[in-house]
Each structure stands twice: as C-alpha cells, then as structure tokens.
Design a protein around this ligand. Structure first.
Ligand code: AHR
Length: 516
C-alpha cells in the first residue's frame, strides 16, 4: 500500500481529555453484579463479597467512572429495595431482563465497591416507573450529610459519611419502546427538567445527564435531542449517546468502518445541542456523555426471545465472547472518543464484567481478560492529555454497514473509509506523545510516516500491537492470553519524524518521549 502520512502540530489541539472519558458500566443484568463483581463465598471474595480477582483486573483496566444500576434495569428499579438489612430486602421480578432481582447488592455496596476499585460512581435514577420524588429522595439519602429521615437512614444503615455522588443520569433510553414506561420527548423533557431542579435544590454540586436517543437509528433521533434539551437546557450539563457496533453481515471491512459512524453521531448531537443554545443566545455548551458504547450483536435479543423459564437469578445472558476483529472495531471507537475530547467529556464502556464485557468470570472459578480489554486499558492509561489535530492522508475503501437495531432498516453507505484511523494525545505531565492507530486493511501493511511539528526530538518509549492471523481468535478460561498485545518493532524516529509499519488488521499504540 502507498505510504500514509500524518501531520501533527504540538500547538494544534482538539481539547484535553476529561478524566470521565474512560468510564464503564455495571448494570443489574445477567452475571455483571452477581457472579461478576460480587460473589460472596467465592474463594477470592473479600468480607463484603467483592471478588478480589475481578477488582485486580478492574484496576488494571483503569475505568475512571462507573455507571450504575442500569441500563434498562433502572427504569423499573426501586432504589429503596437495595438498601438496609440484606436479609430484609425484597426479591422482585425484573421486567428489563426477565429475571429475578434479589437486591443483595444495592447502592451502598456499589459505592463501597467503587472506592475499592478506585473509580468514581455515576448513578442513574428511575424516570420510567418512578419519577422526581423517588429521585430527589435518593439524592437526599446518598448525599445529604445528616439530620433528616433519609440521610439518617443511610447513617443507620452503616454509611455515616455522605456518598458525595456528583454525576447522575436522568433515566435511561427513555425513547425506547423496550423501556418500562417509555416516553415521548415532550413527556420525558418535562419530567427530566422537574427532576433535575429538585435534585440540584438538594445538592447544587450535581452534574446531570439527560437521555439522548438510544441510538442514531431511532426514527426520533434529532427531534428527540432538540425537544429534550429545550426542556432541560438550563438544568443539565450533559446529553447522553449510546452505540453498539455489529458484524451481523460477517462483513469485517464494514464492521471496522462502523466506528466512524460514532464520529457522525457525536457531531450531529453537538450541532443540535448548540442549536438549542443558539436559540437562547446562550454561551453555555452542553457536553456529551457517551454512556453506553461497545460491540454487541451475537447475544442481542428482542424481548420475546429474552424470556427464560422460571425468572432466573443472574442468568448467563449477553455473554459475548470477543474476538480479534471486535477488539479492532472497539479500538476504533476509542479513537472516535479521543478525537472528540472537546465535547465528549464522559463515556462508559458497556459493560464491565460478563455482560458484553472486557472481563469474564466463571461463577466459582477464575476471571480473565477478553480481547477488548486491551484497547480499553491503552485508551484509559495513555489517553490522558491534549488530543492533537491529526491531518491524515490515507488510501480509503468503500463499505456498506448494516445496523438493523432500530426502526430505520437501511444500509449506511460509506464511500471513503480511510484505512488508517488515528488519534494522538500529548501528555504534558509525563512528556509523552501517544499514537493510537488502527490499520483497517485486512491484507496489507500500512507504512506510516508522521511528522509532529513543534516537538524537536521524538524517541520511542513503548510500542505495542494487537493483531492475529485469525480474526476470530478469542481468549478463554483455558487460554486466557491467546490474544494479547505484543511489541511493535518497526518504529523509527528522526527528530520530529516517525516511521512505522502497521500490520494488516491491527491496533497499535506508539508512545514517544518528546522534547519541545
Ligand atoms: O447495555 C445493555 C443495554 O443496552 C442497556 O441496559 C440498555 O440501556 C441498552 O439498550
């Protein structure tokens, strides 16, 4: 393939990555909580039932914020069921995932788990079957220091200090017919506005995210964001986005191209949010919370197909085994998020353990890293800093991507997908410039030539690649490191120039020590 050139300049930046860009998600869904992060009686469990082996992998993965408790689950959740003496907590039917929720794990346990995992909690309130009253009570229970019935109830339950949770989601995917008590944009906008007001009257320091569309394919996309923000603009800081990539058509080039649709989605939501601001002559900028993103298709089912006999507790559902090509598409999503660091200031990989997750466990057995674990750990650990504008000249290919997860069932025509997808992050503190690079050609090496103006001397610090001749290879309990990053040997530097050869179908991390 002809050479691919990339031009950067030290002073031309998109923005600084927000710490919350590197989040993940724990939902009461399948074995994410029970048998995932929490498994009393497991040989690795601590006194609270938290699996230490999972905690160690979570710390290695490095998520900075954790969304909880849903997802679809939250639209039927009574937060009160999950606090107080464990033996007295009710068992409930969960209509989101057609299972039984035992409530052995709830908000307080989640906060403790976040502290143990060194991650910030992000809580969602139920704006499906419940509303503003339950939400304000939950904020009072969690964040008010003491002296009221609800705050003293928390203290009586054993949590003397307020949890101080800052980031809250106003419901989940309220535009989706699959949601308990789904709403029109008008209905949701009104409730979200009134709920947000009350929540902030209790705690002025809260940051709130209104629900955007549950996907770009929703027929109401665009109109939904516009209406919801018309109602909530003065009361929220964020609007949410959700995306799951698929390879239903077994068309890997199209699958690897599909992460570029995240770029379109982000830019469209920014345009709508800014249009709402413009109508008000407001300088306020609503930020984007991409609080669900991942690859998910093999275990995706409609509600009818989800019904399992006997309303099981923590069934093994949505357990997607990720392969090499999934990790590549996933890496492309990381690059899309980095390249919109100016407006996407929170994001959550959905989800964390077992359920469409980077970490898998066996109940009673071991835990291991899935293929997608690796690009996320690179993204989280090396993506902190100023994202530089990259001028890329790459050969491209045409793709047709099918996303049947929505009412609009059409292919996306993608006439010119560059083989190279890249983000560059300069961390002033560590003095490192990190390149995140995806070669989407399945057959050809990509000779990369990069010039980083303003950096007088680049020196290779670390270079890794994730690739495998078998794009379907997975990690498993028997072979947990079958797919793992290996050194990338081809990096050469000379002053402000770099050359490297990226293997076909590869995810690459090139970290450089820089001097200005
Ligand atoms: O992450 C799985 C599900 O996907 C979430 O519960 C829901 O919000 C989305 O539809």
């Amino acid at each position: 393939m002809r050479k691919v050139t990339v031009q950067l300049h030290r002073d031309f930046a998109i923005g600084e990555t927000d710490r919350r860009l590197f989040g993940a998600f724990v939902e009461h869904l399948g074995r994410c909580v029970y048998g995932g992060i929490f498994e009393p009686g497991h040989p690795q469990a601590d006194a609270r039932g938290f699996r230490r082996d999972v905690l160690a992998l979570v710390r290695e993965l490095g998520p900075t914020i954790m969304r909880y408790p849903g997802g679809n689950f939250v639209s039927g959740y009574n937060w009160e069921d999950g606090v107080g003496p464990v033996a007295e907590r009710p068992r409930r039917l969960d209509l989101a995932w057609m299972s039984t929720e035992t409530n052995q794990f709830g908000t307080n346990e989640f906060i403790d788990w976040c502290r143990a995992a060194d991650t910030e909690p992000m809580l969602a309130v139920n704006l499906g079957t419940r509303g503003g009253d339950a939400a304000r009570n939950m904020v009072e229970y969690c964040n008010h220091p003491s002296g009221t019935t609800l705050s003293d109830l928390r203290r009586q339950h054993g949590w003397e200090q307020p949890h101080g949770v800052k980031f809250w989601c106003l419901g989940n995917e309220m535009d989706g017919h699959w949601q308990m008590e789904a709403k029109t944009a008008e209905e949701y906008g009104r409730i979200a506005c009134e709920t947000a007001k009350m929540m902030k009257w209790i705690d002025r320091s809260l940051e709130l995210a209104a629900c955007g569309s549950s996907g770009r394919r929703m027929s109401t996309f665009g109109q939904w964001e516009d209406t919801v923000l018309e109602h909530t603009f003065d009361h929220v800081e964020y609007i949410s986005l959700h995306t799951y990539l698929n390879n239903y058509d077994a068309d890997t080039p199209a699958f690897l191209a599909s992460c570029d649709l995240m770029d379109n989605f982000i830019e469209e939501v920014v345009a709508i949010a800014d249009a709402v601001a413009a109508r008000r002559r407001s300088a306020k900028r609503i930020m984007l919370s991409f609080d669900e993103w991942n690859v998910w298709y093999r275990t995706r089912r409609n509600r009818a197909a989800r019904v399992l006999p006997g309303w099981p507790v923590a069934p093994s559902i949505l357990e997607e085994f990720y392969n090499v090509e999934d990790a590549l598409a996933f890496g492309g999503c990381c690059i899309s998020l980095l390249n919109h660091a100016d407006r996407v200031t929170a994001a959550c990989l959905a989800q964390l353990v077992n359920v469409i997750a980077p970490i898998m466990t066996e109940t009673g057995g071991p835990a291991w890293r899935q293929t997608i674990f690796h690009p996320f750990a690179h993204f989280s650990r090396m993506g902190r800093g100023r994202v530089l504008r990259a001028q890329i000249d790459s050969p491209s290919y045409a793709a047709r991507y099918n996303d049947p997860n929505g009412p609009i069932d059409e292919f996306f025509a993608m006439p010119a997908v560059p083989y190279l997808k890249l983000a560059a992050v300069h961390d002033d503190k560590s003095g490192a410039l990190t390149l995140f690079a995806l070669n989407r050609s399945l057959t050809e090496e990509l000779p990369l030539r990069l010039q980083a103006a303003g950096f007088s001397k680049l020196a290779p610090k670390q270079a890794l690649q994730l690739c495998d001749p078998d794009l379907k290879a997975v990690n498993s309990k028997q072979n947990p490191d079958r797919v793992t990053p290996r050194p990338l040997a081809s990096v050469r530097t000379d002053g402000e120039r770099l050359e490297a050869v990226l293997a076909p179908a590869s995810w690459n991390i090139i970290q450089l020590a820089v001097s200005d």
